[in-house]
Ligand binder design. Structure first.
Ligand code: MG
Length: 163
């Protein structure tokens, strides 16, 4: 039995007047995360961690931001694709640990909703999904509410022969 750990990271700018979507959950806020897709920085970091654990490159290799198909796309599509790719390689997810770096909005009230949604998408019990948040202590682009960043770490189990 082989275990692997892998990490993912992403950062998106905050813009006024667009929806704030994090982990597939829409959160009421005056600003949202801009990007080619729905800007879901959490799902993008998680997808990169999963693809990294399978040594499959990164999200841009599968869903380039130059491709009009992914304009405004629901990032849950990207996560589902990453899960399918891992399944094909007989790689299963054991644990997920995520840190969101955001000054605002306050995320603790929505953490359970995000964990529940990730549990559905990943087919994992939410006890295997850890979610934490840090502010930027009013410093830098995170602290000045200009951006949100996310780190995601995953533990993966490889079934059978080494692939
Ligand atoms: Mg991104």
């Amino acid at each position: 039995m082989e275990f692997r750990t892998a990490i993912g990271y992403d950062k998106h700018p905050l813009k006024k007047g667009i929806p704030f979507v994090l982990g597939g959950v829409r959160i009421p806020h005056g600003k949202g995360l801009s990007g080619h897709s729905d800007g879901d920085v959490l799902l993008h970091a998680l997808v990169d961690a999963l693809l990294g654990g399978a040594a499959l490159g990164d999200i841009g290799g599968f869903f380039p931001d130059t491709d009009a198909r992914w304009k405004g796309a629901n990032s849950q599509i990207f996560l589902k694709k990453a899960c399918t790719l891992l399944e094909k390689k007989k790689i299963s997810i054991t644990f997920v640990d995520i840190i969101v770096l955001a000054e605002k909005p306050k995320l603790s009230p929505v953490f359970e909703s995000i964990r529940a949604n990730l549990a559905l998408l990943l087919h994992l019990p939410s006890t295997r999904i850890s979610l934490k948040a840090k502010t930027g202590e009013k410093m830098g682009d995170i602290g000045k509410e200009r951006a949100v960043a996310v780190f995601a770490a995953v533990t993966l189990k490889i079934e059978g022969k080494r692939k």
